[in-house]
Design a protein around this ligand. Structure first.
Ligand SMILES: Nc1ncnc2c1ncn2[C@@H]1O[C@H](COP(=O)(O)OP(=O)(O)OP(=O)(O)O)[C@@H](O)[C@H]1O
Length: 259
């Protein structure tokens, strides 16, 4: 590992392995996974079910410990969850007893932030995810897409340097999913956070990311890094462009036609 790379990268993973111990067996979920994510990058991990994507993200979040290897964020070894990382999961994890504004302000309330400052931040993020009119609504009154918009706003309100997203749009219908992807890209361009995104939707990974890591299963490891050319994001070039379709085919072939 070059020292220069480790200090420049926002996230630097080296030879990360994870073995789950069950009563009778041990199961190797990740084997010597190494990668870097640079500041303000949008990087996705794709692969078949069970290749260890969620395990990797949970390790990055500090919710799970690696069995071996090292993961540094901004040059410091991960030691549990931290305010430098925000998370958005597939399942809606809003607090049902709090309204939209209170959900978004949750982390700020824990920091004892002054109410006027909290209101300013929540107003900004509610606007960013177009939920101003729903400030006083409760999660049960919202659609799936709206709940995920609250979850994204809540994660961003804490100003994390790294946003970790585990299939955040996996449960949404295709139309909602498409508009959420556009919204996330707009936010990413404005906020410039580093994003690590897990999905098994290859189209989604290509559309959103600058780089895609294709994973292999049993044990989970990185098979190949695919760089998404910036030209693919040019105005007017969508998911139907030849370039996009070619890349999609390339990634499907790498995964091994399991998708
Ligand atoms: N707590 C655990 N104990 C034992 N095995 C586990 C545990 N968590 C995950 N695994 C196993 O580790 C492997 C990787 O799981 P993981 O959830 O990370 O995969 P994934 O790529 O995110 O899958 P999916 O796309 O289906 O969510 C799977 O085979 C799973 O059964």
């Amino acid at each position: 590992m070059s020292i220069t790379t480790a200090t420049e990268a926002k996230i630097s993973a080296r030879d990360v392995s994870k073995v789950y111990q069950t009563k009778k067996n041990s199961f190797q979920a990740l084997e010597r996974v190494s990668f870097d994510v640079f500041p303000h990058e949008f990087v996705s991990f794709v692969g078949t079910s069970g290749c260890g994507k969620s395990t990797l993200l949970r390790i990055l979040a500090g919710l799970e410990e690696a069995s071996d290897g090292s993961i540094q964020i901004s040059g410091s070894e991960i030691n549990g969850p931290g305010a430098d990382r925000g998370m958005v999961f597939q399942s809606y994890t809003l607090f049902p007893w709090l309204n939209v504004r209170e959900n978004i302000e949750f982390g700020l309330t824990l920091q004892n932030m002054h109410i006027l400052d909290k209101r300013k931040i929540s107003a900004r993020f509610m606007e960013m995810v177009s939920l101003q009119r729903f400030a006083n609504s409760f999660p049960k009154e919202l659609s799936g897409g709206m709940k995920q918009r609250v979850a994204i706003a809540r994660a961003l309100a804490n100003k994390p340097e790294v946003l970790l997203m585990d299939e955040p749009f996996g449960a949404l219908d295709p139309m909602t999913k498409g508009s959420m992807q556009e919204m996330l890209l707009d936010i990413w361009k404005k906020e410039k956070m580093t994003v690590v995104f897990i999905t098994h939707d290859i189209e989604e990974a290509i559309f959103l990311s600058q780089r895609v890591y294709v994973m292999d299963a049993h044990p989970g490891r990185i098979k190949q890094e695919v760089i998404i050319p910036a030209s693919l994001k040019d105005e007017g070039k969508g998911k139907d462009s030849q370039e996009f379709i070619q890349l999609k085919k390339q990634i499907i072939a790498l995964i091994g036609n399991h998708e």
